[in-house]
Design a protein around this ligand. Structure first.
Ligand SMILES: NC(=O)c1ccc[n+]([C@@H]2O[C@H](COP(=O)([O-])OP(=O)(O)OC[C@H]3O[C@@H](n4cnc5c(N)ncnc54)[C@H](O)[C@@H]3O)[C@@H](O)[C@H]2O)c1
Ligand SMILES: [Zn+2]
Length: 398
Protein backbone atom coordinates (compact mmCIF):
# COMPACT_ATOMS: atom_id res chain seq x y z
CA UNK A 1 0.00 0.00 0.00
CA UNK A 2 1.36 3.40 -0.94
CA UNK A 3 -0.59 6.28 0.61
CA UNK A 4 -0.07 9.44 -1.37
CA UNK A 5 -0.57 12.77 0.38
CA UNK A 6 1.11 15.09 -2.10
CA UNK A 7 -1.91 16.90 -3.56
CA UNK A 8 -3.89 17.31 -0.44
CA UNK A 9 -5.97 14.22 -1.28
CA UNK A 10 -5.53 10.90 0.36
CA UNK A 11 -5.21 8.00 -2.12
CA UNK A 12 -4.85 4.41 -1.17
CA UNK A 13 -3.46 2.69 -4.24
CA UNK A 14 -3.02 -0.98 -3.97
CA UNK A 15 -2.80 -3.95 -6.27
CA UNK A 16 -3.46 -7.54 -5.29
CA UNK A 17 -3.39 -9.87 -8.27
CA UNK A 18 -3.20 -13.56 -8.89
CA UNK A 19 -3.64 -15.61 -11.98
CA UNK A 20 -5.72 -18.71 -12.35
CA UNK A 21 -6.48 -21.14 -15.11
CA UNK A 22 -9.58 -23.16 -15.71
CA UNK A 23 -9.06 -26.53 -17.30
CA UNK A 24 -11.74 -27.50 -19.77
CA UNK A 25 -12.09 -30.44 -22.13
CA UNK A 26 -14.03 -29.51 -25.24
CA UNK A 27 -15.59 -32.74 -26.58
CA UNK A 28 -17.07 -33.38 -30.00
CA UNK A 29 -18.47 -36.81 -30.79
CA UNK A 30 -19.99 -37.96 -34.06
CA UNK A 31 -22.42 -40.84 -34.27
CA UNK A 32 -25.57 -42.08 -35.95
CA UNK A 33 -28.75 -42.75 -33.93
CA UNK A 34 -27.42 -41.15 -30.74
CA UNK A 35 -30.67 -41.86 -28.90
CA UNK A 36 -31.02 -45.55 -29.79
CA UNK A 37 -31.28 -47.41 -26.45
CA UNK A 38 -28.30 -49.56 -27.46
CA UNK A 39 -26.08 -46.55 -28.27
CA UNK A 40 -24.18 -45.78 -25.06
CA UNK A 41 -22.16 -42.83 -26.42
CA UNK A 42 -24.31 -40.12 -24.78
CA UNK A 43 -24.64 -41.91 -21.44
CA UNK A 44 -20.91 -42.63 -21.34
CA UNK A 45 -20.26 -38.89 -21.53
CA UNK A 46 -22.09 -38.13 -18.32
CA UNK A 47 -20.25 -37.90 -14.99
CA UNK A 48 -20.72 -41.02 -12.88
CA UNK A 49 -19.45 -39.81 -9.51
CA UNK A 50 -22.74 -38.85 -7.90
CA UNK A 51 -25.50 -41.15 -9.15
CA UNK A 52 -27.62 -40.52 -12.23
CA UNK A 53 -27.66 -36.90 -13.40
CA UNK A 54 -30.95 -35.05 -13.57
CA UNK A 55 -31.71 -33.85 -17.08
CA UNK A 56 -34.28 -31.91 -19.04
CA UNK A 57 -34.51 -32.10 -22.82
CA UNK A 58 -35.30 -29.06 -24.94
CA UNK A 59 -36.07 -29.87 -28.58
CA UNK A 60 -36.36 -27.68 -31.68
CA UNK A 61 -39.93 -27.74 -33.07
CA UNK A 62 -38.68 -28.03 -36.68
CA UNK A 63 -36.62 -31.07 -35.68
CA UNK A 64 -39.55 -32.71 -33.91
CA UNK A 65 -41.88 -32.06 -36.87
CA UNK A 66 -39.40 -33.95 -39.05
CA UNK A 67 -38.78 -36.63 -36.39
CA UNK A 68 -42.00 -36.96 -34.36
CA UNK A 69 -40.58 -40.01 -32.57
CA UNK A 70 -37.82 -37.95 -30.94
CA UNK A 71 -39.49 -36.99 -27.59
CA UNK A 72 -40.33 -40.67 -26.97
CA UNK A 73 -36.82 -41.69 -28.06
CA UNK A 74 -35.30 -39.37 -25.46
CA UNK A 75 -37.52 -40.99 -22.84
CA UNK A 76 -36.61 -44.54 -23.90
CA UNK A 77 -32.93 -43.66 -24.08
CA UNK A 78 -33.05 -42.34 -20.49
CA UNK A 79 -34.94 -45.43 -19.31
CA UNK A 80 -32.27 -47.63 -20.93
CA UNK A 81 -29.55 -45.79 -18.97
CA UNK A 82 -30.93 -45.48 -15.41
CA UNK A 83 -27.49 -45.49 -13.81
CA UNK A 84 -26.42 -42.45 -15.84
CA UNK A 85 -29.46 -40.24 -16.23
CA UNK A 86 -32.83 -39.38 -14.77
CA UNK A 87 -35.06 -37.39 -17.08
CA UNK A 88 -37.12 -34.80 -15.21
CA UNK A 89 -40.46 -34.42 -16.99
CA UNK A 90 -41.35 -34.55 -20.66
CA UNK A 91 -39.22 -32.97 -23.37
CA UNK A 92 -39.93 -29.27 -23.88
CA UNK A 93 -40.49 -28.33 -27.51
CA UNK A 94 -39.55 -24.78 -28.55
CA UNK A 95 -39.93 -22.89 -31.83
CA UNK A 96 -36.96 -23.30 -34.16
CA UNK A 97 -35.32 -20.97 -36.64
CA UNK A 98 -34.04 -17.46 -36.05
CA UNK A 99 -37.27 -16.53 -34.24
CA UNK A 100 -35.91 -18.67 -31.35
CA UNK A 101 -33.35 -15.95 -30.68
CA UNK A 102 -35.25 -12.88 -31.83
CA UNK A 103 -37.05 -12.48 -28.49
CA UNK A 104 -36.99 -13.89 -24.96
CA UNK A 105 -39.52 -16.68 -25.67
CA UNK A 106 -37.16 -19.68 -25.83
CA UNK A 107 -34.87 -18.18 -23.19
CA UNK A 108 -37.82 -17.83 -20.78
CA UNK A 109 -39.28 -21.26 -21.52
CA UNK A 110 -35.87 -22.83 -20.79
CA UNK A 111 -35.23 -20.80 -17.64
CA UNK A 112 -38.73 -21.60 -16.40
CA UNK A 113 -38.27 -25.35 -16.99
CA UNK A 114 -34.91 -25.23 -15.17
CA UNK A 115 -36.60 -23.48 -12.27
CA UNK A 116 -39.79 -25.53 -12.04
CA UNK A 117 -38.11 -28.91 -12.48
CA UNK A 118 -35.42 -28.30 -9.89
CA UNK A 119 -32.50 -28.44 -12.31
CA UNK A 120 -29.27 -27.56 -10.46
CA UNK A 121 -25.72 -26.71 -11.55
CA UNK A 122 -24.79 -30.41 -11.55
CA UNK A 123 -27.83 -31.31 -13.67
CA UNK A 124 -27.98 -31.19 -17.46
CA UNK A 125 -29.89 -29.45 -20.17
CA UNK A 126 -29.91 -31.56 -23.33
CA UNK A 127 -30.61 -29.23 -26.25
CA UNK A 128 -31.23 -30.61 -29.74
CA UNK A 129 -31.84 -28.40 -32.73
CA UNK A 130 -30.49 -25.82 -35.12
CA UNK A 131 -27.95 -23.16 -34.21
CA UNK A 132 -30.65 -20.67 -33.22
CA UNK A 133 -32.25 -22.96 -30.64
CA UNK A 134 -28.83 -24.00 -29.30
CA UNK A 135 -27.86 -20.34 -28.94
CA UNK A 136 -31.06 -19.33 -27.09
CA UNK A 137 -31.22 -22.43 -24.86
CA UNK A 138 -27.47 -22.15 -24.23
CA UNK A 139 -27.86 -18.57 -23.08
CA UNK A 140 -30.62 -19.58 -20.64
CA UNK A 141 -28.60 -22.54 -19.35
CA UNK A 142 -25.50 -20.37 -18.92
CA UNK A 143 -27.44 -17.71 -17.00
CA UNK A 144 -29.54 -19.81 -14.64
CA UNK A 145 -27.73 -20.67 -11.40
CA UNK A 146 -24.82 -18.91 -13.19
CA UNK A 147 -24.36 -21.94 -15.39
CA UNK A 148 -26.15 -25.26 -15.74
CA UNK A 149 -24.32 -27.98 -17.67
CA UNK A 150 -25.37 -28.35 -21.26
CA UNK A 151 -25.21 -31.21 -23.75
CA UNK A 152 -25.59 -29.93 -27.29
CA UNK A 153 -27.03 -32.02 -30.09
CA UNK A 154 -26.82 -29.86 -33.21
CA UNK A 155 -29.16 -31.06 -35.94
CA UNK A 156 -28.49 -28.85 -38.98
CA UNK A 157 -25.38 -28.87 -41.15
CA UNK A 158 -24.49 -25.37 -39.98
CA UNK A 159 -24.93 -26.27 -36.33
CA UNK A 160 -22.98 -29.55 -36.60
CA UNK A 161 -20.16 -27.93 -38.56
CA UNK A 162 -19.94 -24.62 -36.74
CA UNK A 163 -22.58 -23.15 -34.39
CA UNK A 164 -22.77 -26.17 -32.10
CA UNK A 165 -18.98 -26.39 -31.74
CA UNK A 166 -18.47 -22.80 -30.60
CA UNK A 167 -18.18 -21.86 -26.94
CA UNK A 168 -20.70 -19.02 -27.30
CA UNK A 169 -24.43 -18.58 -27.04
CA UNK A 170 -26.74 -15.62 -27.41
CA UNK A 171 -29.91 -13.98 -28.62
CA UNK A 172 -30.57 -10.97 -30.83
CA UNK A 173 -31.68 -7.77 -29.12
CA UNK A 174 -32.03 -4.06 -29.88
CA UNK A 175 -31.93 -4.92 -33.58
CA UNK A 176 -28.45 -6.42 -33.24
CA UNK A 177 -27.33 -9.98 -33.81
CA UNK A 178 -26.13 -11.83 -30.69
CA UNK A 179 -26.29 -8.67 -28.60
CA UNK A 180 -27.03 -10.63 -25.42
CA UNK A 181 -25.04 -13.75 -24.67
CA UNK A 182 -22.11 -15.35 -22.94
CA UNK A 183 -19.04 -17.43 -23.58
CA UNK A 184 -19.82 -20.77 -22.03
CA UNK A 185 -18.43 -24.08 -23.28
CA UNK A 186 -20.87 -27.01 -23.35
CA UNK A 187 -20.20 -30.26 -21.49
CA UNK A 188 -20.06 -31.97 -24.88
CA UNK A 189 -21.29 -31.71 -28.45
CA UNK A 190 -22.80 -34.79 -30.05
CA UNK A 191 -23.38 -34.75 -33.81
CA UNK A 192 -25.92 -37.32 -34.99
CA UNK A 193 -25.54 -37.25 -38.76
CA UNK A 194 -28.70 -39.31 -39.40
CA UNK A 195 -30.77 -36.33 -38.29
CA UNK A 196 -29.47 -34.27 -41.21
CA UNK A 197 -31.40 -36.28 -43.81
CA UNK A 198 -34.69 -34.51 -42.97
CA UNK A 199 -33.38 -30.99 -43.61
CA UNK A 200 -34.89 -28.84 -46.34
CA UNK A 201 -32.56 -28.23 -49.30
CA UNK A 202 -31.88 -24.73 -47.94
CA UNK A 203 -30.83 -25.95 -44.50
CA UNK A 204 -28.98 -28.92 -45.96
CA UNK A 205 -26.77 -26.52 -47.91
CA UNK A 206 -26.62 -23.75 -45.35
CA UNK A 207 -23.65 -25.00 -43.32
CA UNK A 208 -21.49 -25.51 -46.39
CA UNK A 209 -20.57 -21.83 -46.68
CA UNK A 210 -18.87 -22.17 -43.28
CA UNK A 211 -16.97 -25.15 -44.74
CA UNK A 212 -15.78 -23.02 -47.66
CA UNK A 213 -14.85 -20.26 -45.21
CA UNK A 214 -12.74 -22.43 -42.95
CA UNK A 215 -11.18 -24.30 -45.88
CA UNK A 216 -10.10 -21.03 -47.52
CA UNK A 217 -8.66 -19.84 -44.22
CA UNK A 218 -6.92 -22.96 -43.02
CA UNK A 219 -6.93 -25.95 -45.31
CA UNK A 220 -6.21 -25.78 -49.08
CA UNK A 221 -6.58 -29.58 -49.44
CA UNK A 222 -10.04 -29.40 -47.93
CA UNK A 223 -10.93 -26.60 -50.34
CA UNK A 224 -9.95 -28.88 -53.23
CA UNK A 225 -12.07 -31.65 -51.77
CA UNK A 226 -15.03 -29.29 -51.47
CA UNK A 227 -14.72 -28.30 -55.11
CA UNK A 228 -14.62 -31.98 -56.06
CA UNK A 229 -17.61 -32.96 -53.92
CA UNK A 230 -19.74 -29.84 -54.46
CA UNK A 231 -22.21 -31.27 -56.96
CA UNK A 232 -22.56 -34.61 -55.15
CA UNK A 233 -23.20 -32.77 -51.92
CA UNK A 234 -25.81 -30.53 -53.51
CA UNK A 235 -27.52 -33.69 -54.69
CA UNK A 236 -27.81 -34.78 -51.06
CA UNK A 237 -25.15 -37.44 -50.78
CA UNK A 238 -25.04 -38.16 -47.02
CA UNK A 239 -21.55 -39.70 -47.03
CA UNK A 240 -20.09 -36.62 -48.72
CA UNK A 241 -21.96 -34.34 -46.31
CA UNK A 242 -20.84 -36.36 -43.30
CA UNK A 243 -17.20 -36.04 -44.34
CA UNK A 244 -17.52 -32.29 -44.98
CA UNK A 245 -19.36 -31.60 -41.72
CA UNK A 246 -16.84 -33.58 -39.71
CA UNK A 247 -13.83 -31.91 -41.31
CA UNK A 248 -15.37 -28.45 -40.88
CA UNK A 249 -16.28 -29.16 -37.27
CA UNK A 250 -12.73 -30.40 -36.56
CA UNK A 251 -11.21 -27.24 -38.08
CA UNK A 252 -13.47 -25.08 -35.90
CA UNK A 253 -12.70 -27.24 -32.88
CA UNK A 254 -8.98 -27.07 -33.53
CA UNK A 255 -9.15 -23.29 -33.76
CA UNK A 256 -10.94 -23.02 -30.42
CA UNK A 257 -8.76 -25.53 -28.60
CA UNK A 258 -5.35 -24.71 -30.12
CA UNK A 259 -5.85 -21.19 -31.48
CA UNK A 260 -4.86 -19.63 -28.16
CA UNK A 261 -7.90 -17.39 -27.82
CA UNK A 262 -11.04 -19.44 -27.09
CA UNK A 263 -12.87 -16.53 -25.49
CA UNK A 264 -11.90 -14.08 -28.23
CA UNK A 265 -10.04 -11.64 -26.01
CA UNK A 266 -7.74 -10.41 -28.78
CA UNK A 267 -8.96 -8.38 -31.71
CA UNK A 268 -8.43 -10.96 -34.43
CA UNK A 269 -11.44 -13.10 -35.28
CA UNK A 270 -10.42 -15.14 -38.33
CA UNK A 271 -13.48 -17.37 -38.16
CA UNK A 272 -15.59 -14.30 -38.83
CA UNK A 273 -14.21 -14.08 -42.39
CA UNK A 274 -17.13 -12.90 -44.54
CA UNK A 275 -19.31 -12.21 -41.52
CA UNK A 276 -19.44 -8.42 -41.20
CA UNK A 277 -21.78 -8.15 -44.20
CA UNK A 278 -23.43 -11.51 -43.52
CA UNK A 279 -24.74 -10.45 -40.12
CA UNK A 280 -25.96 -7.15 -41.56
CA UNK A 281 -27.64 -8.85 -44.51
CA UNK A 282 -29.49 -11.24 -42.20
CA UNK A 283 -30.74 -8.28 -40.21
CA UNK A 284 -31.60 -6.15 -43.27
CA UNK A 285 -33.75 -8.95 -44.70
CA UNK A 286 -35.44 -9.61 -41.37
CA UNK A 287 -33.63 -12.98 -41.29
CA UNK A 288 -35.29 -14.08 -44.53
CA UNK A 289 -31.71 -14.77 -45.67
CA UNK A 290 -30.38 -17.57 -43.44
CA UNK A 291 -27.02 -17.29 -41.71
CA UNK A 292 -25.24 -19.75 -44.03
CA UNK A 293 -26.71 -18.13 -47.14
CA UNK A 294 -25.58 -14.72 -45.92
CA UNK A 295 -22.08 -16.07 -45.20
CA UNK A 296 -21.81 -17.32 -48.81
CA UNK A 297 -22.55 -13.80 -50.06
CA UNK A 298 -20.31 -12.24 -47.40
CA UNK A 299 -17.40 -14.44 -48.49
CA UNK A 300 -17.94 -13.52 -52.14
CA UNK A 301 -17.90 -9.82 -51.22
CA UNK A 302 -14.71 -9.99 -49.13
CA UNK A 303 -12.89 -12.20 -51.65
CA UNK A 304 -13.83 -9.82 -54.46
CA UNK A 305 -12.64 -6.88 -52.38
CA UNK A 306 -9.33 -8.63 -51.67
CA UNK A 307 -8.85 -9.29 -55.39
CA UNK A 308 -9.73 -5.69 -56.30
CA UNK A 309 -7.21 -4.44 -53.75
CA UNK A 310 -4.58 -6.57 -55.48
CA UNK A 311 -4.17 -8.83 -52.45
CA UNK A 312 -5.67 -12.00 -53.89
CA UNK A 313 -5.16 -13.81 -57.15
CA UNK A 314 -8.22 -13.61 -59.44
CA UNK A 315 -8.12 -17.38 -60.04
CA UNK A 316 -8.71 -18.08 -56.34
CA UNK A 317 -11.62 -15.65 -56.30
CA UNK A 318 -13.12 -17.38 -59.34
CA UNK A 319 -12.75 -20.90 -57.92
CA UNK A 320 -14.20 -19.88 -54.55
CA UNK A 321 -17.23 -18.27 -56.19
CA UNK A 322 -17.62 -21.31 -58.47
CA UNK A 323 -17.47 -23.66 -55.49
CA UNK A 324 -20.18 -21.71 -53.62
CA UNK A 325 -22.43 -21.75 -56.69
CA UNK A 326 -21.83 -25.48 -57.29
CA UNK A 327 -22.82 -26.12 -53.68
CA UNK A 328 -26.13 -24.44 -54.52
CA UNK A 329 -25.72 -20.92 -53.09
CA UNK A 330 -27.07 -17.82 -54.75
CA UNK A 331 -24.58 -14.96 -54.47
CA UNK A 332 -27.06 -12.19 -55.17
CA UNK A 333 -29.80 -10.59 -53.14
CA UNK A 334 -31.77 -7.38 -53.87
CA UNK A 335 -30.79 -6.03 -50.43
CA UNK A 336 -27.19 -5.69 -51.69
CA UNK A 337 -28.36 -2.65 -53.59
CA UNK A 338 -28.45 -0.71 -50.30
CA UNK A 339 -24.72 -0.13 -49.97
CA UNK A 340 -24.96 2.44 -47.20
CA UNK A 341 -27.00 0.21 -44.96
CA UNK A 342 -24.82 -2.81 -45.68
CA UNK A 343 -21.64 -0.85 -44.93
CA UNK A 344 -23.14 0.01 -41.52
CA UNK A 345 -22.28 -3.64 -40.85
CA UNK A 346 -18.61 -2.68 -40.64
CA UNK A 347 -19.29 -0.28 -37.77
CA UNK A 348 -21.54 -2.75 -35.97
CA UNK A 349 -18.99 -5.52 -36.43
CA UNK A 350 -16.28 -3.38 -34.83
CA UNK A 351 -18.59 -2.39 -32.00
CA UNK A 352 -19.54 -6.02 -31.30
CA UNK A 353 -15.94 -7.22 -31.18
CA UNK A 354 -14.52 -4.16 -29.45
CA UNK A 355 -11.22 -2.47 -30.17
CA UNK A 356 -10.28 -1.30 -33.63
CA UNK A 357 -11.83 -2.62 -36.81
CA UNK A 358 -10.30 -5.96 -37.78
CA UNK A 359 -11.47 -7.76 -40.88
CA UNK A 360 -9.93 -11.05 -41.93
CA UNK A 361 -9.30 -11.54 -45.65
CA UNK A 362 -7.14 -14.12 -47.40
CA UNK A 363 -4.02 -13.48 -49.48
CA UNK A 364 -3.81 -17.05 -50.68
CA UNK A 365 -5.42 -20.39 -49.91
CA UNK A 366 -4.73 -21.07 -46.23
CA UNK A 367 -3.13 -17.64 -45.73
CA UNK A 368 -5.44 -15.29 -43.77
CA UNK A 369 -4.55 -11.66 -43.24
CA UNK A 370 -6.07 -9.08 -40.92
CA UNK A 371 -6.80 -5.59 -42.23
CA UNK A 372 -7.81 -2.63 -40.11
CA UNK A 373 -8.99 -0.25 -42.81
CA UNK A 374 -11.47 -0.76 -45.57
CA UNK A 375 -11.49 1.33 -48.72
CA UNK A 376 -15.21 2.03 -48.91
CA UNK A 377 -15.20 2.94 -52.63
CA UNK A 378 -13.59 -0.38 -53.50
CA UNK A 379 -15.94 -2.23 -51.18
CA UNK A 380 -18.93 -0.67 -52.97
CA UNK A 381 -17.48 -1.82 -56.31
CA UNK A 382 -16.91 -5.29 -54.88
CA UNK A 383 -20.56 -5.54 -53.78
CA UNK A 384 -21.73 -4.50 -57.26
CA UNK A 385 -19.34 -6.92 -58.90
CA UNK A 386 -20.68 -9.84 -56.82
CA UNK A 387 -24.21 -8.92 -57.93
CA UNK A 388 -23.29 -8.58 -61.59
CA UNK A 389 -21.34 -11.87 -61.65
CA UNK A 390 -24.27 -13.65 -59.96
CA UNK A 391 -26.77 -12.23 -62.45
CA UNK A 392 -24.58 -13.26 -65.40
CA UNK A 393 -24.24 -16.71 -63.89
CA UNK A 394 -27.98 -17.20 -63.49
CA UNK A 395 -28.76 -15.97 -67.00
CA UNK A 396 -26.11 -18.41 -68.30
CA UNK A 397 -27.62 -21.25 -66.22
CA UNK A 398 -31.21 -20.32 -67.10
N1 LIG B 1 -22.85 -19.75 -31.19
C1 LIG B 1 -22.08 -19.77 -32.25
O1 LIG B 1 -20.85 -19.91 -32.14
C2 LIG B 1 -22.68 -19.67 -33.62
C3 LIG B 1 -21.85 -19.84 -34.76
C4 LIG B 1 -22.42 -19.77 -36.03
C5 LIG B 1 -23.80 -19.54 -36.16
N2 LIG B 1 -24.56 -19.35 -35.03
C6 LIG B 1 -26.01 -19.07 -35.16
O2 LIG B 1 -26.71 -20.22 -35.65
C7 LIG B 1 -27.94 -19.78 -36.22
C8 LIG B 1 -28.22 -20.51 -37.52
O3 LIG B 1 -28.34 -21.88 -37.25
P1 LIG B 1 -28.90 -22.93 -38.33
O4 LIG B 1 -28.30 -22.67 -39.64
O5 LIG B 1 -28.75 -24.25 -37.69
O6 LIG B 1 -30.42 -22.51 -38.53
P2 LIG B 1 -31.67 -22.56 -37.57
O7 LIG B 1 -31.33 -22.85 -36.17
O8 LIG B 1 -32.41 -21.32 -37.87
O9 LIG B 1 -32.48 -23.84 -38.14
C9 LIG B 1 -32.98 -23.85 -39.45
C10 LIG B 1 -34.31 -24.62 -39.52
O10 LIG B 1 -34.06 -26.03 -39.44
C11 LIG B 1 -35.00 -26.64 -38.54
N3 LIG B 1 -34.37 -27.89 -38.14
C12 LIG B 1 -33.38 -28.10 -37.24
N4 LIG B 1 -32.96 -29.36 -37.29
C13 LIG B 1 -33.69 -29.99 -38.25
C14 LIG B 1 -33.68 -31.31 -38.80
N5 LIG B 1 -32.78 -32.22 -38.42
N6 LIG B 1 -34.57 -31.61 -39.77
C15 LIG B 1 -35.44 -30.65 -40.22
N7 LIG B 1 -35.47 -29.39 -39.77
C16 LIG B 1 -34.60 -29.07 -38.80
C17 LIG B 1 -35.23 -25.58 -37.52
O11 LIG B 1 -36.45 -25.76 -36.84
C18 LIG B 1 -35.27 -24.33 -38.39
O12 LIG B 1 -36.55 -24.14 -38.93
C19 LIG B 1 -27.81 -18.27 -36.43
O13 LIG B 1 -28.59 -17.61 -35.48
C20 LIG B 1 -26.33 -18.01 -36.18
O14 LIG B 1 -26.09 -16.73 -35.67
C21 LIG B 1 -24.03 -19.41 -33.80
ZN1 LIG C 1 -21.11 -18.07 -39.17
Amino acid sequence: MHPNFDSGHSFINSEDAGSFQVDWTHRLLTTRDALAPSNTLLADLLPDDDGPVRMIAILDQGLVTAHPELPTQVQLWAEANPRSVRLVGDAVIVPGGEQAKNDFGVFNTTAQAINERGICRKSFVLAAGGGAVLDAVGYAAASTHRGVRMLRMPTTTLAQADAGIGVKNGINAYGKKNFLGTFSPPWAVVNDTNLLTSLSDRDWRSGLSESVKVALLKDPDFFEELQRLATRTRQRDLDAMEMIVRRTACLHMDHIVHGGDPFELTIARPLDFGHWSAHKLEQMTNFEVAHGEAVAIGLAIDLTYAAMMGRLDESILRSARRCLIDLGFSLDHPALEHHDLLLEGLREFREHLGGRLTITLIEDLGRPVDVHEIDLGTMRRAIDDVRTAAMNESSRAG
